[in-house]
Design a protein around this ligand. Sequence first.
Ligand SMILES: [Zn+2]
Length: 382
Amino acid sequence: MSATTASTGTIQALRLHAKKDIRVDQIASLPCNSDEVRVQIAYCGVCGSDLHEYLSDPIFTPAPGTKNKWTGVELPIPLGHEMSGTVTEVGNDVSGVQVGQKVAINPALDDRHYGAELCSSCKTGKINICKRFATYGLSAPSGGFSTEVVVKRYNILPLPDNVPLKVGALAEPLAVAWHAIRLSGFQKGQNALVLGAGPIGLAILLLLRVWEAGKVIVTEVTDARKAQAAKFGADLVVNPLQKILDGAEGDELDPVINAVRSSTEDGVDVAFDATGLQSTLDTALKATRPGGTIFNVAIHEKPLQLNLNDIACFEKKLLGGICYTYEDFEAVIKAMSSGKIPFEQMITAVVPLSNAVDGGFEELVRNKAKHVKILIQPDPAS
Ligand SMILES: [Zn+2]
């Protein structure tokens, strides 16, 4: 049966109308179809990709005058994809989810959402690399900077009682980090280098503790983020721009390579590049031990140069990954429930939806390095 505790009137939603034009609008709420779930949003984190779509030409949202190929949505589009909330309605065919349940949401859409035949990726559960991939909050009808969303049952992840909704909203960025660690082949006790202490770099740092890493070295140029990396448990935080002189020869040494050499036998087992610059790729290649792995988790604005001898001659592996699958969300929620890692440290501000533009988006433009994660709270009274 369909438990209809939610009204089907209007909702408030922060929508992208055009570059530099986002507004909180009053819009019609969506129907909750038989395979869908309605969720009252508690918190939704502002992501670097939200900021990109706000400030620059679109990567994930439809360009002005165009529609998303798979979902058919066009501007204005509701933003927000790092969501947690409480279920208020379930469709007739939905099982395993109840009204009143606290949930996190995996915002990814794949072949199943369109009733399409499953592609080779979807058949093996790798829905993150589905060729028809889309995302609630960037390229689909619902988004999390809203009082409510309607999503498919596949997108719902129930939260254990001991995981607060605030922490549940971190599941999405943490799932990105978990996916990167899992795909890199990282093993317990190994040493890692994390290049860049932005939200994803810091999420990798926190989760490497769950993986029982040996030494974790973090590189970062801003003082605010260096302090966060130290607080989040990095063994060593290095500023790559702080050149050091070799006493004997007077030569300049690369401070990151110097730190890696003094902390590991032969280089780190895995270097995670969460920055995506030529300099971070070069450092990652140099800092990794023979046979080790360089894992790219950054989105690049332009192609980089690579000498493949660096890969071939020492059998290093260069891998990349994007987003997550269900098992990444499940692993992250299990880690949250264990209570061992203070994930709530990632939350640097909570802002009501009415102030999302200035207190969320513009605040990140002004003070990016100060923040790890700003959460938007659509209904502070709830
Ligand atoms: Zn697919």
